[in-house]
Design a protein around this ligand. Structure first.
Ligand code: BDR
Ligand code: CA
Length: 326
């Protein structure tokens, strides 16, 4: 069993990521942590609970609400991408479950300390909860197997500004702290989604032909983002930054190329806020111009799109026969 914790600003593709965690064979998702981001915290938590309902797992996995604002800045949301409710303007009925009383950052520290060396964490919202958990107990960095971060971009334009990807832009101080803390980070940047995580054309038509409740739920929650992508995002299909990160975590066979580098987050300038400088230079020694450091992240470069697409299709069909041990 792969033991997993997911930290999410639940809207659109965050939900598909939760469905992978909740339904994939051989994966045990022990907790969901919510953080403000795409939508305000209360909605993120509600959407995570709605995902549990639609996965048929209501009441089985605890949801902990976390930080309702970035460390040092006012919150920014992206409901213009995912719809007012973050779920494609679906306005689902209230979920059956409720969030746990403990703060997500405290819960994260407890889970990790209760099973040192056991967990992989996937974080695909602003990194505020992770930064607060680190401040509560810095020893957690040595007690998790991997921290998968959907965030930043490696030599690629951002999506919220030319310089920055949304999750890092939303709370750059938290992201900088997390990248500097010593976590065993795997970074999946925005370019990975643009190159290997857009499902459009015939592939999207084939997903639309899957007639299961889960597939219908998937199309509904991604409808606003699909429209945004086509009209304003320059992307012809549904984007899967978060769910692809979780898919790589639970099935590393689809990860084709990565490298270890020092990654720094820009926090001072306005125009470059949230830029992730990934030092892929041939000879990345610190010098008088650049005080870099030892590699602090494994940065993903290439993913098997078809492998990811097959996983998505299996998830929506509920047919995991290709993946189950014989
Ligand atoms: C990221 O920002 C959010 O809008 C998505 O959920 C994803 O985590 C992409 O930049
Ligand atoms: Ca997200």
């Amino acid at each position: 069993m792969k033991r997993l914790l997911i930290d999410t600003d639940t809207a659109g593709d965050d939900v598909t990521s939760l469905l992978f965690g909740l339904l994939w064979p051989g994966v045990q998702l022990d907790a969901i942590f919510t953080v403000m981001g795409n939508v305000p915290l209360e909605l993120c938590t509600r959407n995570a609970l709605t995902a549990l309902d639609h996965a048929g797992r209501s009441g089985e996995v605890p949801v902990f609400a976390g930080c309702d604002r970035p460390l040092m800045r006012p919150p920014i949301h992206s409901d213009f991408v995912h719809g007012k409710d973050g779920m494609g303007n679906s306005f689902f009925v209230p979920p059956r479950g409720k969030a746990e009383p403990l703060h997500a950052a405290q819960a994260l520290v407890r889970f990790v300390n209760a099973a040192p060396g056991e967990y992989e964490i996937v974080a695909h919202g602003p990194l505020t909860n992770l930064a607060v958990a680190y401040m509560l107990d810095p020893s957690i960095v040595h007690k998790i197997k991997k921290l998968w971060i959907m965030g930043g971009a490696c030599h690629f334009q951002g999506n919220i500004t030319p310089a920055a990807e949304y999750n890092v832009y939303a709370d750059p101080e938290a992201a900088r702290m997390v990248f500097r803390a010593g976590f065993p980070i795997v970074m999946v940047g925005w370019e990975i989604c643009c190159r290997y995580g857009i499902v459009g054309g015939e592939d999207l038509a084939a997903l639309q032909a899957i007639d299961t409740p889960l597939a219908r739920f998937y199309h509904q929650i991604n409808s606003a983002a699909l429209k945004f992508n086509r009209e304003l995002g320059g992307l012809d299909g549904i984007s899967h930054p978060d769910s692809q990160t979780t898919a790589i975590c639970i099935n590393p066979a689809i990860l084709q190329k990565s490298g270890r580098y020092f990654v720094e987050v820009e926090c001072q300038s306005n125009q470059m806020r949230g830029y992730t400088a990934v030092d892929t230079r041939f000879h990345p020694e610190p010098n008088e111009f650049w005080q870099g450091g030892e590699p602090n992240a494994e940065v993903v470069h290439e993913v098997d799109y078809h492998g990811f697409y097959r996983m998505l299709s299996a998830l929506l069909k509920g047919d995991f026969s290709e993946y189950s041990p014989a």
